[in-house]
Design a binder for this molecule. Sequence first.
Ligand SMILES: [Zn+2]
Length: 449
Amino acid sequence: MVQRNSYKILSYKIKHNYNVKYFLNSYRYLLQKTINIIWDNIEWIEKKQRNYYLIRNGKRVKKKYYCVKRLIPIIPKSREFKRNLRNFLLEKWSYASHYVDSAIKVAYSIINSWRRNYLKGKRGRNKPVVKRKFVRVKETLYVYRNDKIRITVKPRELYLEFDLSNTWFGKRVNGYDLGELILKENELVIPFRKEVSSSKHLRKIAWDMNLLSMDGFCDKGWIKINLKPLYTLHVTYENKRRKIQSLAKRKPKTAKRLMQKYSARERNRVKDFLQKLTTKLAKEFKDYEHGFENLEKQGMFNKRKTHNRVISKQNWKQIIQFMKYKAFKVRADIDPRRTSSTCPICGGRLLKLRKGQVVKCKKCDLDLDRQLCGAINVYLRMRGFPSSQSVFYRVVIKRMISLWKMQMKRGRGVTPIGCETNDLLLMNPEGVKVNEHQGGGSSINVYLR
Ligand SMILES: [Zn+2]
């Protein structure tokens, strides 16, 4: 069997006091010039494309096709073009010549990403503009020795040195290699890389994101994380903002100041909550791969954009973002379609019972908590399993029964192991949850007949 290895990447920043303003400006100018030249050499090819729109006639929907002409950009990529480009750029470049190669690489990746979005119709025919000031420092432009990074700016003339011997993250990156550095005005971003062996035997946990909870499923069973405090936080600040708005007519300046103050406070408190939560999760599921649904796609299939959803989506994105640098491995590409309305046994559609808290399959009589069902489905998709009875038994039931028995013996349900304050997080690592609707001891609603 072919073993595919992948990298675990951690990024850390260190602050610096070097005056690199002029260098960063020159690099930005160089990068923009590179983009301009590539852009001016793009060949635009006219292509006919078939599109359609829908005509509704009562319940019937008809597709009506029509043709449009589109301009497809062909980006110059020949070796000769690149060589000429490099020589031209080098003429007026006074720093190390490798930065020109770095700029060419970055310029191509910017233009390619613009092209992808343009073809999808997400971007117009506008040349990308570089706004941020940064320099990508390739491996050829720095040396890492004795815990020190030395970046060449001008060969034999100007070097920048960074001492990593006393950083707080030193322990975490023991045995890692360094990747491409990013130099910014006041900081240096350092990615650390380590090869991890095949993910075949990696333990996995899948997460289903909900407004008031985050539901995970893994070999420990159902992990339920309470997000209600987060939701309450948003509501509190929304009420505050509403009050301030009523002040806006009489005292616009004060209102504006208060608005900024409270918005910043809300952002900080949310961030604080999410930081604590993700640190906790990364610790609790240390050597797990965490799987999340693809949130971009979720928007495509779930058009109902209520206000609550928009806000929680922001939180979900942030959770994934934090997990990406805290957890061992994270993926966020799992198909989100109908995770809470598909039967994990037969693949059929589920009915909602009890105000949607419980879902039931008509075909196979499965009866499941809606959030648990979502988590199980994300888990099955993450593992690449289809909906089937044997898989469901092997992956879900067998695991749950033993855990459930253990729980019954102990005679308790939820085990709160929050971080410092217990009401911040409610997590039950044993994976069995007391069902509020049935009250008391029994645990999970899985019935197989
Ligand atoms: Zn079913």
